[in-house]
Design a protein around this ligand. Structure first.
Ligand code: TYD
Ligand code: MG
Length: 462
């Protein structure tokens, strides 16, 4: 067997840590059962040399030469997707779209490529997991009609490359990286070596032929199939498509982006006829809010990348049956919660040493901004004293150790989002008179407060 000639090493599919022998637990990321064996090719063992892509002559340019930047950004057809990518697809970039099987990766890309093909660009969609007929049926369901979209179920990368020479597309989709292989190395389809080598080749093609490429990668805990983690350092962008948190809603999240920011999110809804972008995100998160019984819930505008979101923060306090009271923080940093409780005790006299405290942000979003401190403190007080927080009021501010309410960034943006969603009043830090003046013509009562006591006085009374 030729396999015997190859040197093997073990690679963690979670973090890409390499070891000479099998390890049950990764010393780097701490995950269990993530190691897979990978075979290292020696120089001479690359078979099918003639199949290896022959790269074009080496190119160079002078800094002062005019840059070729026609069509630098290509819109995806989804404003939200464009924002996540930076300003759309960057020409010649390679993007990895990762997500659980069945989350909607193929649907998202087929819709996107349908739009791009319709705008006059040639697209080659490699559906190595499905038959072209299956994809045609899906396209019908998604009402995609275009002459510029080419499909192939080819799963050998060298054949895909000859298709590129024949069709000359500007866009390429590989669905999925786990189901194609390159014949220049001798590893089984779906292994780390295959996935890495194929991506390497695709990356070179994207740059040399200026073909904008998206590669789909399934995320899986199964140690035998390499996860997209091992590719992250190679590609230009990594975007995760996640879901099941809010039923039909799916979140696109940038993990890495050479052309834009990495904390953008976009939310889609999976409908009968495909994915639809959700632009009024706050409405989704606030939609199940109870109008009457809102003791212990507050609303806070937060920032996710460049987007402002209104989130509902809930708190619940109750006498504890345990010697040590419980503090549970979901969506909020645990240590921040402890600090807020300490300030509440010292400055407001709220003694919770015999009470459990639960804090939760609705929608499964983790917020690391200190701007939620005030909303968190108010929710806890309201729950403990059974006070209804005014339904149309938002709370913004970081709480300092002496109980002072501190300035937060992008206050104007947060206030405008609150106004847009019909809120009437905002409790904000005092140090920001300019914002108050700037927004004096919008219908939103802006109440600056110096400290926690003042915030309670002005925020919890109607
Ligand atoms: P798919 O894009 O095939 O997921 P992935 O490529 O990530 O594995 O879509 C998965 C699910 O989406 C599938 O269960 C059916 C559902 N779906 C809809 O609800 N509406 C649609 O219009 C389409 C095309 C799929
Ligand atoms: Mg798919």
């Amino acid at each position: 067997m030729s396999m015997a000639k190859m040197k093997s090493k073990w690679v963690c599919t979670s973090c890409n840590y390499t070891s000479a022998s099998f390890l049950g637990r990764c010393p780097d990321c701490g995950e269990f059962s993530t190691f897979v064996e990978e075979f290292e090719e020696k120089q001479g063992t690359i078979k099918n040399q003639q199949n290896a892509i022959r790269f074009q002559e080496v190119k160079y340019t002078k800094l002062t030469d005019e840059a070729q930047c026609e069509k630098a950004y290509i819109p995806t057809g989804f404003e939200e997707f464009d924002r996540v990518l930076g300003r759309g697809y960057t020409t010649g970039s390679l993007t990895l779209l990762a997500g659980d099987p069945g989350i909607g990766k193929s649907t998202l890309l087929l819709q996107t490529m349908g739009h791009i093909a319709n705008s006059g660009m040639k697209v080659l969609y490699i559906c190595a997991e499905e038959s072209t007929n299956q994809v045609k049926q899906r396209a019908k369901r998604l009402k995609i009609e275009t002459e510029n979209l080419y499909l192939s179920s080819e799963n050998c990368l060298e054949n895909v490359i000859s298709l590129l020479d024949e069709i000359k597309p500007e866009f390429l989709v590989i669905d999925s990286i786990q189901s194609i292989f390159t014949s220049i190395i001798e590893a089984t389809i779906g292994t780390v070596s295959q996935i890495r080598e194929s991506t390497n080749i695709l990356m070179k093609i994207a740059k040399q032929k200026n073909i904008t490429t998206t590669v789909i990668g399934h995320v899986t805990k199964d140690g035998n199939i390499a996860g997209p983690k091992v590719l992250e350092h190679m590609v230009d962008c990594v975007i995760n498509f996640e879901g099941d948190k809010y039923k039909t809603y799916r979140t696109l999240r940038t993990i890495k982006n050479r052309f834009g920011s990495t904390n953008e999110i976009a939310v889609f809804e999976m409908l009968e006829d495909g994915l639809q972008e959700v632009k009024n995100l706050s409405e989704i998160f606030l939609k199940d809010r109870e109008e009457q019984n809102s003791a212990g819930t507050t609303i806070v505008p937060i920032l996710e990348g460049t987007k402002t979101l209104l989130l509902e923060l809930q708190a619940l306090t109750g006498a504890t049956p345990y010697p040590q009271p419980r503090r549970v923080a979901r969506g909020v940093d645990y240590n921040r919660l402890l600090q807020i409780l300490a300030v509440l005790e010292k400055k407001v006299g709220l003694n919770l040493s015999h009470h459990d405290v639960y804090v939760n942000i609705i929608g499964g979003i983790q917020v690391n901004e200190p701007a939620i401190d005030l909303a968190c403190a108010i929710a806890i007080i309201a729950s403990h004293r059974d006070i209804i927080v005014p339904y149309d009021c938002v709370f913004i501010g970081e709480i300092g150790l002496t109980g002072e309410i501190r300035y937060v960034t992008n206050l104007e943006k947060r206030l405008l989002e609150a106004k847009k969603l019909g809120f009437k009043k905002a409790i904000i830090p005092k140090t920001t008179q300019d914002v108050q003046k700037k927004l004096s013509d919008i219908e939103l009562e802006i109440v600056p407060v110096k400290n926690l006591t003042e915030a309670i006085l002005k925020g919890l009374k109607n």
